[in-house]
Design a protein around this ligand. Sequence first.
Ligand code: AMP
Length: 249
Amino acid sequence: MKALVAVKRVIDYNVKVRVKADNSGVDLSNTKMSINPFCEIAVEEAVRLKEAGVVDEVIVASIGPKEAQEQIRAALALGADRGILVQTDDKAYPLQVAKILKGIAEQEGTDLILLGKQAIDDDNNQTGQMLAALMGIGQGTFASEVKVEGDKVNVTREIDGGLQTVALPLPAVITTDLRLNEPRYAKLPNIMKAKKKPLDEKTPADFGVDMASKQEIVKVTPPAERSAGVKVGSVDELIDKLKNEAKVL
Ligand code: AMP
């Protein structure tokens, strides 16, 4: 059985995001980029399934600029077998990404298709759902447990008020939640080995996908700065400030 894992190159979650002066987007220059954390969980899950003998091959795919090779190599160092970079300098919106992933999944004949539940840059939480719909297959989103049993997969989902388990015939789309697993750290020998693993380069046109979007980002603004706090000398002063400055009493 083959597993396909979609990994997105995003700003590292530890980095403070800088918005461009003209509010057209986020400034990515000299910024540390990483695998989207939920995608890393998806890679880890696929690698664990391979280690358990359930999956034979783990393919990672990323749609993005040439530099997204770094995130594919990072996933290969975690244990994936080969990578596919679908190179584009256009912004990759969920629908276009889902169409490309459909093309890869069909070409490769993958039974398990794992994605993060959301990318932490645009917070769309759409790609997995769109992919399942485009392919006409089942989806187990927000997975906290994945168990393959014969020709189906049981996915336990984190929902409001508890856990729900769904059974999906394969092929199926799974999107990962935070508690599914804790990804390993790549060991140095594996980072070296990853440099030699195969990495194919494709373009959106290879999958018949036009990157032009029906959506336009009008404006990006940073969140309002929090003003500094003040120390008050007494309860009376606190009440006075709450009444007359903050005007919340
Ligand atoms: P989103 O719907 O944008 O929040 O992304 C959800 C998941 O879709 C991510 O965690 C990835 O697994 C996948 N995905 C989104 N964009 C890309 C991309 N450009 N390349 C590869 N995978 C992506």
